[in-house]
Design a binder for this molecule. Structure first.
Ligand SMILES: Cc1cc2nc3c(=O)[nH]c(=O)nc-3n(C[C@H](O)[C@H](O)[C@H](O)COP(=O)(O)O)c2cc1C
Length: 193
């Protein structure tokens, strides 16, 4: 991986035309421009059963949970665009976090999250842009030992906010989202000394 900080970028949506997938891509570009090595994934490519303790006891971690764990372990930073469902985190994002948090034999608790640096963002067709959901995502990440930077962006009226090429129409908003990615890259570089 060289000396560039590694950042994993993902949206809490599997929807093909997801606004949050578009948004996290912009933050990822900001992180790359700041010198990070970004791995952008689509949770659609890592389908998982709903977490079930009996299933885990019987079969261990599903293959996709292991793949995701490896991605979390390989990266020090996280960029998460989290849609808001009923004022909170989406099931697919929470289920991903739950599976990834399960230790494999010999692994320290929360090894995949402990000490990571994250930035959060959201996009919604609604007027609040998913802001209420971010409160919950932030609380979850804090409790699993992720350092989440204070800056965040919630894009409201998402149906009108994006240009056909996936970019944000508003230059100030685009810069704010790119800055989230850049900030995570900078914090990671500083932490390394
Ligand atoms: C079950 C469900 C609940 C939703 N609840 C909210 C909500 O509380 N607040 C909000 O702003 N949008 C809500 N929405 C609308 C989502 O913001 C919208 O579907 C958005 O496009 C999802 O993000 P995505 O485009 O990245 O998939 C909800 C959508 C669904 C399917």
């Amino acid at each position: 991986m060289g000396t560039a900080p590694g950042i994993l970028a993902l949206a809490g949506s599997t929807r093909t035309d997801s606004f949050n997938k578009r948004l996290v891509k912009i933050a990822a570009a900001g992180a790359r421009a700041a010198g990070a090595e970004v791995t952008l994934i689509d949770l659609r490519d890592y389908p998982l059963p709903v977490y079930d303790g009996d299933l885990e006891t019987k079969e261990g971690l599903p293959g996709n949970a292991r793949k995701l764990k490896d991605l979390f372990l390989a990266n020090q930073g996280l960029l998460i665009s989290a849609p808001e469902y009923n004022s909170s985190i989406t099931a697919v994002l929470k289920n991903t976090i739950d599976w990834v948090s399960r230790p494999v034999p010999g692994e320290a608790p929360l090894n995949c999250f402990d000490g990571k640096v994250a930035a959060l963002m959201s996009a919604s067709p609604g007027a609040l842009g998913g802001l209420r959901g971010l409160v919950h995502v932030r609380a979850i990440l804090q409790n699993i030992r992720v350092l989440t930077i204070p800056e965040q962006v919630a894009v409201s009226n998402a149906g009108e906010a994006f240009a056909p090429d996936g970019s944000l129409k508003d230059a100030k908003q685009r810069a704010a989202v790119e800055a989230l990615g850049a900030k995570v890259a900078q914090v990671l570089s500083r932490l390394r000394g």
